[in-house]
Design a protein around this ligand. Sequence first.
Ligand code: COA
Length: 535
Amino acid sequence: MFRIQSKLDTSSPEFRKQKEEYLKILAIYKERLASTTRGGPEIAVKRHKDRGKLLARERIDLLVDKNTPFLELSPMAAYNLYNNEFPSAGVVTGIGVIHAKEVMIIANDATVKGGSYTKETIKKHVRAQEIAMENRLPCVYLVDSGGVFLPEQSNVFPDKYHFGRFFFNQARLSAEKIPQIAVVMGSCTAGGAYVPAMSDETIIVRNQGTIFIGGPPLVKAATGETVTAEELGGGEMHTMISGVADHLAENDVHAIQICRNIFESIERREYQPLPTAPIEEPFYDTEELYGILPIDVRKPVDSRELIARMVDGSLFHEFKERYGLTLVTGFARIMGYEVGILANNGVLFSESALKGAHFIELCTARNIPILFLQNITGFIVGKQYEHGGIARDGAKFVHATANANVPKFTVIFGGSFGAGNYAMAGRAYEPRFLFMYPSSKISVMGGEQASQVLIQVKEEQLKARGQELSPEDRDKLQQTILQKYEEEGSAYFSTARLWDDGIIDPVDTRKIIGLSIAISQNKAYKETKYGVFRM
Ligand code: COA
């Protein structure tokens, strides 16, 4: 492969200024991230520790092999929602390594509203199980939860992907021979009792973990029976009398050790072999990404400059370099793994759409994972292009992306607008993981365009009634839409609602994508079958 020749002058004042600006954006992101990963309010953290319990992230640290990476997912879920009373949505999820096997860990944070589940908590838990299914990852549930957050019951209980889905998923995962292990380290009430009950193997902590369908107050109200929580559903009882749990632990540390022991005898059942090469750091400094990434999404960026700072040795075998210039395609290695890259370099034209579809066919034919680097305002518009069949060619690209069965990974490095989001493996196209940068933007179109469309619609409406839109009303409408799109288009708005798997620091991209490819090797890649391409 040839090395990408950077055309950037990294000593120029513009580059330095942009880098400075980006570092400010990054500092805000790190501060916000730190405030969410601290967990619940100080008083709740203290109470939790005084009970001799470890915090959710401390439990995970102990559970995973020393000096191995933990890929935490959506740590800023529920950010800026519910007055920020649900940091990380009250559950920590991520992929860690236990006895050299990659495992999905789902850990309730009992310092956040008693570990109860609101809408985003549910979405995060279900998403973690979906990732486990796609990548054949065993699941460990570190349970410490008050169950459904009762004031939000209509948003968390009845629908297809609500609370009930946890147990459906556990049954399906177990049927696929994907181990389901629960460690009950606190409360586990009502529906929540099914997490340990539906697990393949369950550990419970003495005088700390409880499992019951109805707690003591409910039992008293329903039957008049007075019973303590420990008698009703404690560890001693469940491991000796009911058989709902299998191992009794003395405390958190002991429970985690038992959980680790279980993984001594769990083997990977499938494996996707991939050719690998020794890892080589990029030739160009990855920190230069801060001087390149678009802060204003209207600023054109040559995505080769990004690729040069992400891939091994900055080496890139570019495909169709002279054709369809608004999409850069080619092969490279990331952390030693071969990967096909599609990166936006402007608006998508017919040629770039055809090039994208062709390149995806190459990757699926060769069983090579695909990395989509998104910075897309959409497909080209206008009479000439509609007559030329831009919808037909765009459809080929979307079709290829949708059907590609090699793992897809998406990083939104600029804007993600319109149907370009679909072709470039947006959330609906099931990339194995989708990450954003703190500066990224996502919405159906840019705020400016949306406000123009809506103003025009309003003007037409009024015209039909013989009226006109006053300049004041026009300005007001424009400002309202601009403000709405600004807020709703931010990476924080997206990550709070789990439209992505987390906001990441751009310099970590190659490590995170390398890790993601390694994770995907737990399941053999399925053959790709395409449908009818509109010609
Ligand atoms: N719904 C709504 N809020 C809940 C909740 C739930 N299911 N479970 C806990 N909370 C809230 C509490 O109201 C409290 O909120 P606050 O800090 O704003 O006052 C916070 O979580 C901590 O609860 P608290 O009871 O003070 O903590 P604890 O550690 O002593 O006890 C539980 C935790 C989970 C054992 C206890 O709160 C409990 O039994 N909750 C109800 C469990 C239940 O019956 N769930 C059925 C739903 S399926």
